[in-house]
Ligand binder design. Structure first.
Ligand code: C2O
Length: 551
């Protein structure tokens, strides 16, 4: 591989959408941010200069960061934030990965404006396991907020209530014609007839899983979270925040004199308020030069719109998810851990915290909204966990005693317990190097069942099982798929159900795991694993870089 240099200047930029102009934090003045393109085996040196007032940090979502946890990015987990006026160079090598990922701000709700595609091409000479596409197009979903999202979440955390929601969804930063004042802000995908396009779909939205479809066109799913899958055809994609999906779009063989919409809107299982609007982009066939139509005379009518599932269509979601299988070929095997060293059972869900003195709280029964893993609502420290671990200064920063089961066991999908309170803590689950882990994550219905897109840093995992109701340790493991389960970094824990994943803890460091719905992360649905060094020199975390930010 080669070394590629990028320069990210974090600066304010005025951006207008929905006829509303605001100054926001951007990378190089762009919204969405610049595209990073590299090849498997390349080393990336990304110099980040912070020219804004906010503390910032950037995460390379889905990059394994083998032994290079210092470059992973989550603030107060692997690094102190980059303060105003400071610089940090993210330095890592892409080992054994190719496909679509993305990068995003990883402090508070910075991700709302600071995100962009991270595309890893196969090594020179390596083929895709499908015919080479004519063109590749990143399609990154996001949100537009008229308000400042960072102010929205800090206000919600102070008053204990649910935060406001976004004003629009966006495709490559553009809301499209179904919103007020947005017709000229429409993403247009111009295509030629009879070609195959590789669409690299990325859900960078803060708080919503999305359905996506292109009218009158079938999509072939070929990759999820930068891992090839067994190809399958579908008209509609489900993609949670934190997930990426590559699809092949085969265009019609002859020029059709019509315009097709592509649309996305949320899949929602919870009860809170959400943005239920629809983003639309346009698929437009180029007028063939030899055609009777001259480009100027073409009126592209009629307009075809896709039909998306109902907002709460869990049966669609379940069926779609079931179709995702690892390619599991000779060239791209599925290395599913067959034996397990440690089994864990984690519950995830919403709960409450007591209202602080002298405060009126707008959460349930005058409490504050909270969220937890095994009833621990994770509190970020004021220094970085990885630093504290590496320098032997964990005292007062974290404790290595993450509970192995929920503190209040109950029927997770039946009647909620009377006590909805969570405990706050900064507790890590410690694993020795190369532990083979099986983790069952159960959604609780303490404050309503809800699907949680759970994201693990530092690893891909295999989704060996998932179903509804309470996980049954005596019966369910018999049905686990240990042959070709999908391998990914973000999985939707089904609303009122559970998911079982396996991974090999072969990457020393501190690795964040959290719900990729940003509001749930803010409420505490997060925890961290500490994977200890192995014995051999190449099994140890690398030393921290000299420019690692200080708190
Ligand atoms: Cu994409 Cu910890 O995040």
């Amino acid at each position: 591989g080669i070394t590629r240099h990028y320069h990210f200047e974090i600066k304010y930029q005025n951006v207008t959408r929905l006829c509303h102009t605001k100054s926001m934090v951007t990378v190089n003045g762009k919204f969405p941010g610049p595209r990073i393109v590299a090849r498997e085996g390349d080393r990336l040196l990304i110099k980040v200069d912070n020219h804004v007032q906010n503390n910032i940090s950037i995460h390379w979502h889905g990059i394994r960061q083998l032994r290079s946890g210092w470059a992973d990015g989550p603030a107060y987990v692997t690094q102190c934030p980059i303060q105003s006026g400071q610089t940090y160079v993210y330095n890592y090598t892409i080992v054994g990965q190719r496909g679509t990922l993305f990068w995003h701000g990883h402090i508070s709700w910075l991700r709302s404006t600071v995100y962009g595609p991270l595309i890893i091409l196969p090594k020179h000479g390596d083929q895709y396991p499908f015919a080479k596409p004519y063109k590749q197009v990143p399609i990154i979903f996001g949100e537009w907020w008229n308000a400042d999202p960072e102010a929205v979440i800090s206000q919600a955390l102070q008053t204990g209530g649910g935060p406001n929601v976004s004003d629009a969804y966006t495709i490559n930063g553009l809301p499209g014609p179904l919103y007020n004042c947005s017709a000229r802000d429409t993403f247009k995908l111009k295509v030629k007839p009879g070609k195959t396009y590789l669409l690299r779909l990325i859900n960078a939205a803060l708080n919503d899983e999305l359905f996506f479809s292109i009218a009158n066109h079938t999509l072939t799913v070929v990759e999820a979270d930068a891992v090839y899958v067994k190809p399958f055809e579908t008209d509609i994609i489900l993609i949670t925040p934190g997930q990426t999906t590559n699809v092949l779009l085969k265009t019609k063989s002859h020029y059709p004199n019509v315009t097709y919409f592509m649309t996305a809107r949320p899949y929602v299982t919870g009860q809170g308020t959400f943005d239920n609007s629809t983003v639309a982009g346009v698929l437009e066939y180029e007028v063939p030069s030899n055609s009777l139509h001259s480009a100027a005379s073409v009126k592209r009518l009629p307009l075809f719109k896709p039909v998306l599932p109902a907002l709460n269509d869990t049966s669609f979601a379940t069926n779609f998810t079931k179709k995702l299988r690892s390619l599991a070929s000779a060239k791209f095997p599925a290395n599913v851990p067959q034996k397990v060293d440690k089994r864990f059972f984690f519950t995830v869900g919403l709960g409450t915290n007591p209202c602080q003195q002298n405060q009126t709280c707008q959460g349930p029964n005058g409490t504050m909204f909270s969220a937890s893993v095994n009833n621990i609502s994770f509190v970020l420290p004021t220094t970085a966990l990885l630093q504290a671990h590496y320098f032997g200064q964990s005292n007062g920063v974290y404790s290595p005693d993450f509970p192995i089961s929920p503190l209040i066991p109950f029927n997770y999908t039946g009647t909620p317990p009377n006590n909805t309170m969570v405990s706050n803590g900064t507790k890590l689950m410690v694993l020795s190097f190369n532990t083979s882990v099986e983790l069952v994550v159960q959604d609780t219905s303490i404050l309503g069942a809800e699907s949680h897109p759970l994201h693990l840093h530092g690893f891909n995992f295999f989704v060996v099982g998932q179903s509804f109701g309470n996980f049954n340790p005596n019966k369910d493991p018999a049905n686990f798929n240990l042959v070709d389960p999908v391998e990914r970094n973000t999985v939707g824990v089904p609303s009122g159900g559970w998911v079982a994943i396996r991974f090999l803890a072969d990457n020393p460091g501190v690795w964040f795991m959290h719900c990729h719905l940003e509001v749930h992360t803010s409420w505490g649905l997060k925890m961290a694993w500490l994977v200890l060094d192995g014995k051999l020199p190449n099994q140890k975390l690398l030393p921290p870089p000299a420019d690692l930010p200080k708190c």
